[in-house]
Design a binder for this molecule. Structure first.
Ligand SMILES: Cc1ncc(COP(=O)(O)O)c(C=O)c1O
Length: 467
């Protein structure tokens, strides 16, 4: 990718038509929400909570979720005609921005050839080759969601090791797999309890939940249960409690602890993969330090906005999967030709220039958020993992879920709504990363920077008056 400026100004990268998107807007009257409200009322009558994934319901921030009608580049347009600069990016997948012309063309051509055959296809092979070339995995198997990827990786780890216990960290999310929706038991290194209704005690009885970044807790758990542990699964850098990077050497320590106890190290790169860096978060730590995870899970960016995910890793471990080996795993739409075509087009366009752009745009926005919140006197800390970042509404640094949970969520809710009025769609929860894309150009960044001071003042007022 050639035409990214090096001045941090966020000019549009290759593949996008040049020119401004024209989405700056002076805020004088509240944005209309009637059409979104009406749709939400209809949705509630036919769908629990009106949404198909809980965070979309605005439960944490209150108010009306905006129903989006279309999106292009960095912009969302809702059913009331409001435009927003998108800082959700579909919770990570839209690395290049919405409706990228080249991805759209590839998808349209694929759709014209039929949408699903239930047979092997060439795009699957090409996408697998691209993933193997960019990451430490030797073999990869496609599934349709990150949840399936982690669920399958755990089954494979258990099949390979012949062991049953798994270890995870509080605040790391790996999809809605029963055994991973677990909360820490009464003491470190004890087995976990269900983290949600509907998960039987028996599903979490083989899970150990530990505090993130806590080496002593990991050592204690492996000392006590090491000969029963099939795998430790961790986000490569935590992004689901806000962005909490692993402390330097933490992932290497986990990899070595697993190795020395005969357990597998499963690095969940569903969020960080092809986003934190070209090689995912592993490109920032393992590739530099010289270690590799045994298994890796992927999703989000590799599907280019379609339902595609994957797990992969060591050839000898992956060889245990059916039909080569005895560990069963399958899927009607796994490796779907449209999804793999979108993912392939996305990854081929996601060159170093895209990551440079995300880094520079992120630096500008992080500095703007810091300045605005500092000026307004709002305690906060901005944290990053590669090109990913988030803003915590608590004094930092945040190293684990307990720290993330100390946030002033009322201040975030006020900040969120002020940003929304200012034309910026942030994640409707304080516990999420802010996602950028290659399409976040100067105009998009200007809109964000203009909205920040007023939003910071709204957060300050909410902090002072928590009613
Ligand atoms: C790190 C991580 N793993 C797994 C998942 C689950 O992916 P999906 O929502 O595609 O099931 C997510 C989703 O946000 C995630 O962030």
């Amino acid at each position: 990718m050639a035409d990214v400026t090096s001045d941090g100004s966020g000019a549009r990268p290759a593949g996008w038509p040049s020119g401004r998107l024209g989405h700056n807007r002076s805020v004088t009257v509240p944005r209309p929400v009637e059409a979104s409200s009406a749709l939400m009322a209809r949705a509630r009558r036919v769908t629990p909570g009106g949404v198909n994934s809980p965070v979309r319901a605005f439960t944490a921030v209150g108010g009306t979720p905006r129903f989006i009608r279309s999106a292009s580049g960095a912009l969302l347009t809702d059913v009331d005609g409001n435009e927003y600069v998108d800082l959700i990016c579909s919770w990570g997948p839209m690395l290049l921005g919405h409706a990228h012309p080249e991805v759209q063309a590839a998808v349209a051509a694929a759709v014209a050839r039929g949408t699903s055959y239930g047979t092997p296809t060439e795009p699957e092979v090409e996408l697998a080759e691209e993933i193997v070339a960019r990451t430490p995995v030797e073999r990869v198997r496609f599934v349709s969601s990150g949840t399936e990827a982690t669920m399958s990786a755990i089954r494979l780890a258990r099949g390979f090791t012949g062991r049953d216990v798994i270890v995870k960290f509080a605040g790391c999310y790996h999809g809605h797999v029963d055994s991973l929706l677990a909360s820490a038991g009464s003491g470190l290194a004890t087995l976990a309890v269900p983290g949600t209704a509907g998960v039987p005690v028996s599903s979490t009885a083989l899970t150990i939940v530990l505090p993130y970044n806590d080496r002593a807790a990991v050592t204690a758990a492996f000392t006590e249960h090491g000969d029963r542990i099939a795998c430790l699964v961790t986000e490569a850098a935590a992004g689901n409690m806000g962005v909490v990077p692993p402390e330097p050497g933490f992932n290497a320590f986990l990899a070595e602890t697993c190795r020395s106890h005969g357990a597998l190290f499963v690095s969940d790169e569903v969020m960080t993969g092809f986003r934190a860096s070209r090689q995912g978060y592993w490109g920032i730590d393992g590739a530099q330090e010289g270690w590799v995870p045994d298994l890796v899970t992927f999703g989000k960016v590799m599907g280019g906005g379609f339902p595609a995910a994957a797990f992969g890793g060591r050839a000898d471990v992956m060889a245990l999967l059916a039909p080569e080996g005895p560990v069963y795993q399958a899927g009607t739409l796994s490796g779907n030709p449209i999804a793999t075509t979108a993912g392939l087009a996305t990854l081929r366009l996601a060159d170093e220039g895209v990551y440079e752009h995300l880094t520079k745009a992120g630096e500008t926005i992080k500095a703007g958020a810091t300045d605005a919140l500092t000026a307004a006197g709002v305690p906060h800390v901005v944290q990053s993992a590669g090109t990913m970042f988030s803003v915590f509404f608590t004094g930092g640094p945040v190293t684990d879920f307990a720290g993330a949970s100390a946030q002033d969520t009322a201040a975030y809710a006020a900040f969120f709504h002020a940003m929304l009025e200012g034309g910026v769609y942030l994640p409707p929860s304080a516990y999420e990363a802010w996602f950028l894309s290659a399409a976040h150009d100067d105009a998009a960044i200007d809109t964000i920077m203009s909205a920040l001071p007023g939003a910071a003042q709204a957060a300050a007022r909410a902090s002072e008056d928590p009613t």
